[in-house]
Design a binder for this molecule. Sequence first.
Ligand code: ADP
Length: 337
Amino acid sequence: QNYYRAPERIEDDVLEVIRQGEVPVDDVAVFVQREDAEKPNVLMMTSCDVRLTTGEKIGMGYLGKDVSALYKGIKKATYFYGGLSFVALLAAIMLGHVVSGRVVDNMQKAYYKQRQFAADASHELRTPLSVIMASADLLGNDPSIESPFLKQVIEDLKDEVKKMSNLVGSLLQIARSDNNAEPMHVHEFDLTVAMEQLVRKMQPLAEKKRITLDINTDGQVMYSGDEQKIQQLMLILVDNAIKYTPEDGRVVLSYDGKKGSSVYFSVQDNGIGIAKEDLVKLFDRFFRVDKARSRSMGGNGLGLAIAKTIVEAHHGRIDVESELGKGTTFKVMVKNM
Ligand code: ADP
């Protein structure tokens, strides 16, 4: 092999690359020789066949160029731009964090204000409503009003005011529990006694529809929680069970046992049931499967939303199982507080 001598500095490396036979034919490749050395030689090399004019191949021609400086420059530039993009990325993340933090902060403030408004509005509405109720009572008892039409108007007015007071009361309770402003009065009580009291209270309502209202419990069950709220929770569930069960049906309030600090109870009915697609929305505020039916029964779609807040205040959970036309079971777990 004949060759013009390459500059001495890269001569050995050029020969080494040629010896390894890695130089592409009619193409260019870059070889980094002595990579661990402080100053590596970087060679750009190509090769081609050397032929006579007749086409006969008589050897190979190699061309190598020292591109160490260029390579070093590109490497430095790569590090520089890499570093720069990293810094830019970091700055973008920080900026995004600050901006989104401000947005979330503003949203939180707006959300808090809106909840506070709901609580204040419900609270402020209670006084005028009770004044209207008292005035309607007065009018209803006034012997000078004899017209049956006017008497009916007063009765209707009282009915509507009662519904509105219930709605405002429910809204206030929900808004307060949203703001964590609903006080808890925790003490130990017998769950069985609470269940019996509730069933006694609801019995006349059940009898009106000839519904059998049964209780299923296991002697004394001591539980520590807010008794009034637990009673309200049971009342919501039993009231719904009676409302959405046709005449001659059956509703059972059962104590289902204890596990550690958790206490289980359920309300089962054999009423109209709830379609599968409605089950997920059941605990949403103002959700009613059949608005007209619920309204005619005095419902406002807030009962189950309140039930959920009570269960959550007792670190528990509420689940529902239902089949259309067969009946519904609400299962509750509450923790000893
Ligand atoms: P409402 O005041 O309308 O009863 P709730 O929040 O208590 O509001 O209940 C929401 C809806 O869930 C009701 O309108 C009703 O359609 C449905 N529902 C609740 N309980 C039962 C039940 N035991 N059986 C069938 N449907 C029920």
